[in-house]
Each structure stands twice: as structure tokens, then as C-alpha cells.
Design a protein around this ligand. Sequence first.
Ligand SMILES: Nc1ncnc2c1ncn2[C@@H]1O[C@H](COP(=O)(O)OP(=O)(O)OP(=O)(O)O)[C@@H](O)[C@H]1O
Ligand SMILES: [Mg+2]
Length: 277
Amino acid sequence: MKTIVVSNAKGGCGKSTIAMNLSTFFAREGKRTLLIDMDSQSQLTQWLDAGNGFDVEMTLYPALQGSVPIESVIQQTQYANLRFIASTLELESLGREMTDRVGYESTLAMMLPQLASDFDYIVIDSPNQLSPIQANAIVPADLIVVPIDGTKAVRSYAHLFKLLYRLRPDHDNLVMHVLSDVSRQPIVRERTIAMLKLFGLHNADTEIRTCPFLATVDENGANIFEYAPQSNGAKDIAALGREVFARLDPPEMLLLNAPKGNNTLISSNSPHHEQTN
Ligand SMILES: Nc1ncnc2c1ncn2[C@@H]1O[C@H](COP(=O)(O)OP(=O)(O)OP(=O)(O)O)[C@@H](O)[C@H]1O
Ligand SMILES: [Mg+2]
């Protein structure tokens, strides 16, 4: 089981759009996926509710509080292979209350191993502010997808980075900075890439281009693959999903003996593999 957290300390940079659609990409690829809404604004909770009408009373709150097991708040969605844990405004107050407990940042991380045999991927949408809830999202992450929608998002990432630095000494290989919705403003895009470079940060291979369908998919209670399968948004989210697969579950590499000691590393998925066997 791998946990992917979509996070940045800037509002409106595309976190929920990416979390929702990326999780449906995994589910469509046959991965047993759990999407967790950890943002008290509950954007994804409303989004999924628009399509299915699930129980908005059953949320992450009692599980994080410790009064029920996390399994009991997982809900079905309208999508095969995709399950969901809803959020609630009360997560905000819970965040403040939980800081009394020693090790409060690991509350969620302690629960997730119980789900390891049920899910291949967990995708977490996180709040746009640094908070105890944000910390709980970061601790279990195998990968943090940071949407960057301009130079302000790079500065906001500097704040998130401080939290990362404290909570995750292994942060070096943990983050993917993904340009999000900057393609309609080429100058902003260039400045943003330059600023990432200045801070020694790399942007991911994939960029989520500005896409009018991604902007309206939530209103329609759908995912981008059903709503606009030919759109740039669908192509880019799928490309991001494949990039995440490559980072978290790289294909097994085989060392094959080529003639004259010219050893070649070749993927077991490669068509050449069959030919050499
Ligand atoms: N690639 C894109 N192209 C066009 N519009 C986009 C794109 N990505 C996101 N948007 C739109 O930008 C707005 C902000 O996106 P989103 O809600 O996903 O950001 P967020 O980071 O989750 O915001 P918040 O911090 O409030 O939780 C939304 O109206 C969304 O529809
Ligand atoms: Mg959001």
C-alpha cells in the first residue's frame, strides 16, 4: 500500500482537483484506492456527494478522535475500486484539541497499516494551511504531490517544507512539484519554473495544463475520465498517475547480458524482454 498526499500551503493551487482525479485514475487502472478528504472545507466530500449521495455524517472525525476504527468510516463511491473517507468542518477544532497528545502528528499514520491488505493506494487531499491535520497527512506519505500554480505557490511550499523537514527527515525523495494550471499564462509559468530552479527544486515531468473541463468537473459530480476523456486534463492526470506509478512501483529491472559484455538494463515490461527469453 502506498500513500500519496496532495499538499501545499497555498489555497486554490489545484490540490483537490488533482487528488480527486488522480484517485479515479488509480481506480480505473484496477488499483484498490482509498481517497481521504482531510480538508475541513470538505470540497471532495461535496464533490462525491453530488454524484452519489453518500452519508456525510460518517467522516474521518471520530476515527482521528479515536472513538471508532478507521475501517468503519470508509464509504463506497459510485466508482469501482474507489472508496472514500469524508471530511467535516469539525476537523479544524479536532486539530487544535489533538496537540495535547504526545505524538499527535502520527495519529493517522498509526491507523493506516490496518488498511494495508484492503488498498493498493491511498490518496489524501490536505488543507491549504499548516496545521496539526496537515501534519497528520504528511507523516504517512510515501509521496507528496505539491501543485504549483505560480510563484506564490513556490513561496508557500517553503513553509510546507519547514514542516516536512521536521516531520520527515527522508523528505529529499518524497516530493513531486507539479505545475498546475499555469499554461494559460506563459510568463507566470516561466517565472515559476525559474523560481523552482533558484530554490534547487525540480518540477515533475508531468504538468497539469489549464483545462476548462478540469475547472468544471466538480460541479458535475464526475471524474475527468468520464466527463471529458479526450481533454488535456484527462491526458495530464493520466500522465501524472503513470509518473507516480513509475516512482512508487517501478517495473522490475533485469540485467540482461548483451553480446560482448555490453550489459543493458531493460525493463521486464519491455517488449524486448520476451524476445530475449
Ligand atoms: N488545470 C486546471 N485548469 C483549470 N482550472 C483548474 C485547474 N486545476 C484547478 N482548477 C480550478 O482552480 C480552482 C482551484 O482548484 P482546487 O479547488 O483544486 O484547488 P485547491 O488547492 O484544492 O484549493 P483549496 O486550497 O481551496 O482547497 C478550482 O475552481 C478548480 O476548478
Ligand atoms: Mg481543496
